[in-house]
Structure formats: structure tokens, C-alpha cells
Design a protein around this ligand. Structure first.
Ligand SMILES: [Zn+2]
Length: 222
């Protein structure tokens, strides 16, 4: 019985590494799969991990029908026993529904990997649909850490070194006109997310006074 499984985590928790490992494990057992991704850090049509591994993948563009892609592969004589979806938070709800249909009507296992919520702490539409439809949601065990050493549960957007909580949901790279400046992301624990205290702000606070950035008084709520 095929399943739709959503593996969720923050950034930096090793999702893409696990996606590659899962592909390897299934291939080693003689199964044939297809890999989808969107906005991978290494560019189009590739799934890469921070550990330096990568593999070709199908880029999920806006209107791409994932059901049709698998049907075409099978019509062309290729087996598709499972599908691995990286960066699944960037898929549309309709594309997530196509994945569910692959499970139910074609008996294809779907393993989706993604971040649940954006830099404003709001669910990505694709992740919301996955949580709604998945047979299983698994929170990844490899935990990213905040600069303070606590478990990082939130993704912060940092523009020119300063954490922001407003803006477009998806900004990839630093070429978007909507968000001038150098856009980076940093994982934080909730208390430092709520206080908008990214590592650079904490470092600056530590240098500017004899306060300890680990103390909450040093970073009051905005
Ligand atoms: Zn923290």
C-alpha cells in the first residue's frame, strides 16, 4: 500500500540529505523513482545537500502537473515506484493534490520533504496541504540549533544583517526587486525569533554593553 509521507523540519535540519539517502535506499532495493525539487540552492533541476551530494531532479515550475509527469514516464516505458519531493513547501496546493492522487490511483509512494512555516511563522500553502492530506507527518530528528544552543524551531529572514518579519513569502537569492539587499536565512529558537534576535544582533548587543545576550532582558520584545 503506497503512502504519502511528509517529512517536516526547519531549514538546516538535513532534509535534502535525508531525501538523497531515501532515494539511495529505495534504488538499492531495486525500486525506480523520480525526484522533484523547486528552487534548490544549487540551481534548477538538481537536488543538492549541504554535505555536497547532488542528483538530477525534475524542477517543479508553476504550472507543472506532477500527475502528468509520472504518467508520461510510465507511458515511455519507465517504472516509477516512488517519488521524492524536496523543497515541497514551494509546491502549490494543487500540486500536492496531484501527489495524493499518485498514491491513491497509481500506488506510487510519495516522500515529501519541506519546511512547514515561513519567516513570518505562517504555514506555506504547499506544506499546509501536505499536513492536511498526508498519511503520515514526521518531524525530522536531526535538529538545527539556534545561536544560543537551544533547538531551532523557526526560520528567520535576515536582510543586510537585520531580521525582518514582513515581505514576500518566497524570496530566492538576492535578485528580487521586492526585497533589496542581501537576503539570508537563519534558524532560531522561538524566544529569539520573537525578540528578533538573530546571531548578528546578539553579537552586537554583547559588544555594545556589558549585557549577556543569553539574558532575555538584553533583547526585549519589539
Ligand atoms: Zn535562541
Amino acid at each position: 500500500m503506497a503512502e504519502l509521507v511528509f517529512f517536516s523540519g526547519t531549514m538546516d535540519c538535513g532534509k535534502s540529505t535525508l531525501a538523497l539517502q531515501m532515494d539511495h535506499n529505495h534504488r538499492a532495493r531495486g525500486r525506480a523513482g523520480l525526484i522533484f525539487t523547486r528552487f534548490d540552492r544549487a540551481g534548477q533541476s538538481v537536488l543538492s545537500s549541504r554535505l555536497g551530494l547532488s542528483t538530477p531532479a525534475v524542477e517543479v515550475s508553476d504550472g507543472l502537473d506532477l500527475w502528468d509527469v509520472v504518467v508520461e514516464r510510465r507511458t515511455g516505458g519507465h517504472r516509477v515506484d516512488y517519488v521524492i519531493c524536496d523543497e515541497a513547501q514551494f509546491y502549490s496546493p494543487a500540486q500536492v493534490e496531484q501527489l495524493a492522487r499518485l498514491v491513491d490511483e497509481m500506488d506510487v509512494d510519495v516522500f515529501a520533504f519541506g519546511i512547514t512555516s515561513d519567516f513570518r511563522t505562517q504555514l506555506f500553502p504547499g506544506s499546509r496541504r501536505l499536513i492536511e492530506l498526508a498519511d503520515k507527518v514526521q518531524v525530522l530528528q536531526v535538529e538545527a540549533l539556534c545561536w544560543c544552543g537551544r533547538r531551532a524551531t523557526h526560520n528567520a529572514r535576515v536582510v543586510d544583517g537585520v531580521m525582518v518579519v514582513e515581505g514576500e513569502q518566497v524570496v530566492v537569492g538576492d535578485t528580487e526587486a521586492a526585497a533589496p539587499g542581501v537576503v539570508e536565512y537563519e534558524v532560531l529558537c522561538r524566544r529569539h525569533y520573537m525578540r528578533r534576535m538573530n546571531s548578528r544582533a546578539a553579537h552586537a548587543a554583547a559588544l555594545s554593553a556589558d549585557v549577556l545576550p543569553l539574558e532575555l532582558d538584553a533583547c526585549p520584545l519589539p
